[in-house]
Design a protein around this ligand. Structure first.
Ligand code: PRP
Length: 201
């Protein structure tokens, strides 16, 4: 088991956050997903496609729970819109280094919200002629669905609230929380948006 430093202790900068998913609960579910993926892909080589930035923590834990010969690629996506919602116009900011043709591609994503980002990605990947495309998502917010996307491996369904931690951010912050929390005080969002340091997400 991987030890996370000070995992159970409140963090000095984390006031205003309400825990939603504890690190242990996430660890158990991610391990289950790893076992499920291992069984489903038995005999095939996997290419994990990690969607940056938010998925880096989930991907690191999930991949270590998958007992298969695998390759890992990264893709960076940016969707235009406000800080708390996407417009559906998606730009690739970093592309996979190697072709995905004939590969069994498993997209690893932290959250499916409106579904617009993943819908774009699936359409884009289909043009690269992979052998298969599946999606592993840690979180799904069904209340905000605009374009439904099939999630083959889902960690948790969550309510329509702004969540941070375990890779997910607000304006670049909170990605290093070991669990997932709700931003308690909407005033905090306004405070950060006015702090003059610009977006660092
Ligand atoms: C998040 C998440 C997805 C997208 C989901 O990325 O990682 O890519 O939003 O939203 P959607 O279903 O409404 O399209 P974000 O834009 O926050 O970027 P980040 O991963 O770099 O934090």
């Amino acid at each position: 088991m991987v030890e996370v430093i000070n995992e159970g202790e409140p963090r000095a900068w984390s006031s205003g956050l309400r825990p939603l998913l504890e690190p242990e609960e996430i660890r158990r579910r991610v391990a289950e997903l790893g076992r499920e993926i291992t069984a489903d892909y038995r005999g095939r080589e996997l290419t994990a496609l990690v969607v940056l930035k938010g998925s880096f923590v989930f991907a690191a834990d999930l991949l270590r729970g998958i007992d298969l010969t695998s390759k890992v690629e990264f893709i960076g996506l940016r969707s235009y819109g406000s800080r708390t919602s996407t417009s559906g116009v998606v730009e690739i900011t970093l592309d996979a280094k190697y072709p995905l043709v004939d590969r069994h591609v498993l997209i690893i994503e932290d959250i499916v919200d409106t579904g617009l980002t993943l819908s774009f990605l699936r359409d884009n990947l289909a043009t690269r002629l992979p052998a298969s495309i599946r999606l592993a998502a840690l979180l799904h917010k069904p209340a905000r669905t605009i374009r439904p996307v099939p999630i083959d491996y889902l960690g948790f369904t969550i309510p329509d609230e702004f969540v941070v931690g375990y890779g997910l951010d607000h304006d670049g912050r909170y990605r290093n929380l070991p669990g997932i929390a709700l931003l308690d005080d909407p005033a905090q969002l306004r405070l950060f948006e006015k702090d003059g340091r610009g977006s660092v997400d």
